[in-house]
Design a protein around this ligand. Structure first.
Ligand SMILES: Cc1cc2nc3c(=O)[nH]c(=O)nc-3n(C[C@H](O)[C@H](O)[C@H](O)COP(=O)(O)OP(=O)(O)OC[C@H]3O[C@@H](n4cnc5c(N)ncnc54)[C@H](O)[C@@H]3O)c2cc1C
Length: 640
């Protein structure tokens, strides 16, 4: 905890309607607009002229009001109060639950088969479409600055499939053109390098030190080029034991085989059974301070610390200690070959998909002009359109109209604005989260429900902070900061990408968006339990508490560079994802194969009558390409 008062931190300032910046009004959006409550009236909030969720600040992601119906369904209390759904009389060819990239892709694929006139309804519980692909927008004077509130980029440890690549290309995204938009040399030319922030609680003093070996996992890893003398600085300054510094240097710089005498297959088998922390302690023999330093390095990628990540996963990701073993970080090199980062992350993909489905809702005609296009939310759910996206609407029941094997229709009930409605479709695709499906779809066989419930989610916090200027980063020579003991473990300036009409901040005097990330977890417990604890923590932490922690962390890290949180923070958007990444199986914690030879996700995603299952959980793989792959499969499995 810092000794700073709320006043010094700027807690009392009304940041969302904040005064003026250099005489220019900052309109960062209203916090907590209760669209879901507005939906309770007769009018649709999405039709209001000022309905524009990307510009909302405060608590976003799973925002207040987006999950109450789902949690009530889980707790078995929903139907007590809901009564019989009102029949809207609407019928569709396809009803999709979930307006993330999987649901939007499913609509796109379905139209290819059924034709552009196919009638499709997409339901999503959030006030915006895109699911985890979330756009955060900030307005400073006449200028718009963007941040990614979820999915950061097109990238995947596995190569994109033909179906996923096909979608990216149809949307007009030319992945190989990315270098054209990235100012690769900007940060380096300004002397800005990766840093580690050592905090006094864990390391005895608050200190910012050069990071000589930035790990994969920080969002700006691509540009994380250490300073030429980073090792000298680290070895002299890092507030850890002398032996620990030497150990870090040995791990990162020496090509040593810590599993001598074993074949590659034997080495892999051994590494799969131990954690990375065990590898470091028992095989590499490092000082305990090295564990303290690296404990949280894996959190933003795996959702847990290094004691719960297998050493094999660590090796394949490119963590230090494996360069003497023949298990190169091949996965990582794949990932970087096919890479594209929009300033709002893969929200641009979601927006391009919406443009394909409902052109009136997303002006423009290229994958570059979409970056600054203003979505017209009033057009998303329009009677005259064959595709409709209904936001603020939580599906609460999906069932066949009659006996599943013979039924010709599926009835979907959804909650919106305190009421429950029913619509009918020839098919349904559940592109929502696997764990939700057993509550929605009681007809499913028990074994399938059990397999669906296995897919827990990895909780994450993606915070965007709008700064008046970023001179403190410049003064301290930092562009990305790993904070092993911080509330957020990573603090990054985004990649400098200018695309279409969008211009990234290039000089420290300009306003900029800083991205902070955190994966809440409880070290020392099995991964799934850690995710549950993290999820509870996220739901139970107020925005005020998060805001205080953000301000404290930034001033402790950047204060010596002249950063003043009360003056320099213009807006904060916290994207809370209690249900974040799809759960990926770990050799430490999971049985990959169930009786019968299926993996849990294979059993979980079986099509049932007229209901198919998409979404990234269906592949147990937390990447955009998987969301698309599963949509492709689900559409292909629909009964004609
Ligand atoms: C913070 C974060 C960062 C990520 N970064 C990357 C990255 O850089 N690159 C990458 O490839 N992948 C990344 N991923 C993973 C990627 O975002 C996902 O794999 C992908 O977007 C999932 O898409 P989806 O449509 O399957 O699920 P989602 O995006 O979760 O969409 C599903 C939607 O269904 C809604 N829903 C659930 N239940 C209901 C219901 N009952 N009624 C109505 N709607 C419902 C959900 O609220 C959600 O909006 C990231 C994920 C997170 C969380």
């Amino acid at each position: 905890m810092s000794d700073r008062s709320d006043r010094e931190l700027g807690m009392k300032r009304n940041i969302t309607r904040r005064d003026f910046l250099n005489g220019v009004a900052v309109t960062a959006g209203a916090a907590f607009m209760p669209w879901h409550l507005l939906a309770a009236g007769d009018g649709d909030p999405e039709k209001l002229p000022d309905y524009y969720p990307p510009a909302l600040t405060g608590l976003r992601g799973s925002h207040p009001g987006s999950f109450d119906a789902a949690h009530s369904l889980r707790d078995g209390t929903f139907w007590d109060a809901a009564g019989t759904p009102q029949d809207t009389g609407e019928t569709y060819d396809l009803i999709i639950v979930g307006g993330g990239i999987s649901g939007l892709s499913a609509a796109h694929f379905y139209r290819k088969i059924a034709g552009a006139n196919a009638r499709i309804l997409i339901l999503d519980n959030h006030d915006d479409f895109g699911g985890h692909a979330k756009r955060n927008e900030f307005r400073v004077g006449q200028r718009t600055l963007l941040g990614y509130g979820g999915t950061y980029s097109i990238e995947s440890p596995e190569p994109y499939s033909a179906a996923a690549k096909g979608v990216i290309e149809e949307l007009g995204i030319n992945v190989t053109s990315f270098p054209k938009y990235l100012d690769r040399d900007l940060y380096g030319s300004m002397g800005r390098v990766p840093k580690i922030f050592f905090d006094k609680e864990a390391f005895g003093s608050d200190k910012l030190v050069d990071d000589p070996y930035p790990f994969p996992g920080g969002e700006t890893y691509d540009l994380a080029v250490p300073a030429a003398d980073a090792w000298t600085h680290f070895l002299a300054e890092a507030p850890i034991a002398e032996q620990a510094r030497k150990d870090v240097s040995r791990l990162c710089r020496e090509k040593k085989d810590y599993l001598p005498g074993l074949s590659v297959e034997q080495q892999k088998a051994r590494l799969a059974r131990i954690s990375y922390a065990q590898f470091l302690t028992e095989l590499a023999g490092v000082h305990v301070d090295v564990i303290r330093l690296y404990q949280t390095i894996s959190q933003t990628l795996f959702g847990v610390g290094i004691e719960a990540v297998s050493a094999l996963d660590a090796a394949e990701t490119g963590y230090p200690g494996f360069s003497g073993i023949d298990i190169g970080p091949e996965a990582l090199s794949n990932e970087r070959k096919y890479f594209f980062h929009f300033p709002d992350g893969n929200a641009s993909i979601a927006r391009l998909l919406v443009r394909k489905l409902i052109p009136e809702a997303m002006p423009g005609d290229s994958a570059t002009d979409v970056v600054t296009a203003r979505a017209n939310y009033a057009k998303l759910d329009d009677k005259s359109s064959s595709v409709r996206i209904r936001l603020n609407s939580t599906a609460v029941r999906v069932k066949h109209a009659g006996e599943p094997a013979r039924a010709t229709e599926v009835e979907v009930a959804y909650a919106r604005g305190g009421k429950v409605y029913a619509v009918r479709g020839k098919h349904a695709i559940l592109a929502c989260w696997n764990m939700m499906i057993p509550y929605l779809c009681e007809e499913l066989p028990d074994a399938q429900k059990e397999a669906l419930a296995y897919a827990t989610k990895v909780p994450l916090l993606y915070t965007n902070v709008l700064l008046r200027k970023w001179t403190a980063f410049q003064k301290l020579g930092a562009n990305s900061i790993y904070a092993p003991g911080g509330y957020h473990t990573h603090v990054d300036m985004d990649l400098p990408v200018s695309i279409g009409e969008y211009r990234c901040p290039r000089t420290p005097e300009e306003p900029a968006v800083v991205h902070m990330s955190k994966a809440p977890c409880r070290a020392g417990r099995p991964a799934r339990d850690q995710h549950t604890s993290g999820r509870i923590e996220l739901y139970n932490t107020t925005f005020e508490t998060m805001e205080r922690k953000i301000r404290e962390q930034l001033v402790r890290t950047l204060g010596v560079g002249g950063f003043d949180p009360a003056r320099d923070i213009l807006a904060i958007t916290v994207n809370r994802w209690p249900h974040g990444y799809a759960y990926e199986y770990s050799s430490l914690w999971d049985k990959f194969v169930l009786e019968g030879g299926e993996t849990p996700c294979e059993r979980a995603r079986k099509t049932f009558g007229r209901i198919a299952i998409a979404n990234s959980d269906a592949g147990a793989y937390a990447y955009t390409d998987e969301a698309i792959n599963q949509a492709w499969r689900a559409v292909g499995e629909l009964k004609s």
